[in-house]
Write a protein that binds this ligand. Structure first.
Ligand code: T46
Length: 180
C-alpha cells in the first residue's frame, strides 16, 4: 500500500497493492496494522454504502464532537470526485479543501480525519460508494456545509447536481458552527 499525505494531520490517499492473475485481481482494502504503521491508527466502528447515479452530490457533511467521524472512503464501482474541507477553526488551512478522484479501476482510497467536512460527486451511473466511520451515526450531531459556497471555491465537475433537500439548505462557511 502507498500512502500519499496532503496536509499535516490531514487527508491521505491510499493506493493498495493489487494482485492480478488469470481469474481477475485481489487487494487488501483495509488493514489496521498497515494503516497504523503509516500513521493512521483510527479504529473504525461502522461501515456504510451508498449507490448514486451520475450527477448526484452528497455533502458536505460531518458529525460534531464528541461524535466526530474520521472516514476511509472508496468506490467499488464507478468514479467519484471526493472532497474534504478543513473546518478546524484554528487550522492554518481552515476552509481549504483537498480533492481526490476515487476510481474503482484504480482501487484508490481516501482517509478523511475528524475536523473535515466530507462530500462527493458521482461521476458515473451506479457509483457504489463504500466507507468506514470511526464513530456511530448520530443524527443529533450532524452538521453540514453548503456544497457551492463561493468561499470554498470547489470545482465539482458537475453543472446541475442532484442534491437531497437537506443539502440544498446547508450553511455557508461564514455561518458555520462546527464545534471543531
Ligand atoms: C449517514 C447515515 C444515514 N443513515 C440514514 C439516514 C437517512 O434516512 C438515510 C440517508 O441519509 P443521508 O441522506 O444523510 O445520506 P448521505 O447524504 O449519503 O449522507 C452521507 O453523505 C456524506 C458523503 C457523508 O460523508 C456522510 O457519511 C453521510 O452524511 O440513511 C443511517 O441510517 N446511518 C448513517 O450513518
Amino acid at each position: 500500500m502507498e500512502f500519499k499525505r496532503f496536509l499535516m494531520d490531514g487527508p491521505v490517499e491510499i493506493i493498495p497493492r493489487r494482485f492480478g492473475d488469470a481469474r481477475g485481481y485481489f487487494f487488501e482494502s483495509y488493514s489496521y496494522r498497515v494503516f497504523a504503521e503509516n500513521g493512521i491508527s483510527t479504529e473504525f466502528v461502522q461501515d456504510n454504502q451508498s449507490v448514486s447515479q451520475r450527477g448526484v452530490l452528497r455533502g458536505l457533511h460531518f458529525q460534531k464532537p464528541p461524535y466526530a467521524q474520521a472516514k476511509l472512503v472508496r468506490v467499488a464501482a464507478g468514479r467519484a470526485l471526493d472532497i474534504a474541507v478543513d473546518i478546524r477553526k484554528n487550522s492554518p488551512t481552515y476552509g481549504q479543501h483537498i480533492a481526490c478522484e476515487l476510481d474503482a479501476e484504480k482501487n484508490n482510497m481516501f482517509f478523511i480525519p475528524e475536523g473535515f467536512a466530507h462530500g462527493f460527486a458521482a461521476l458515473t451511473d451506479n457509483t457504489i460508494f463504500m466507507y468506514k466511520c470511526s464513530h456511530y451515526y448520530n443524527p443529533a450531531a450532524e452538521g453540514g456545509l453548503l456544497w457551492n459556497d463561493p468561499a470554498l471555491g470547489i470545482n465539482w465537475e458537475l453543472t446541475e447536481p442532484i442534491l437531497s433537500p437537506k443539502d440544498i439548505i446547508l450553511p455557508k462557511l461564514q455561518e458555520l458552527d462546527s464545534g471543531f
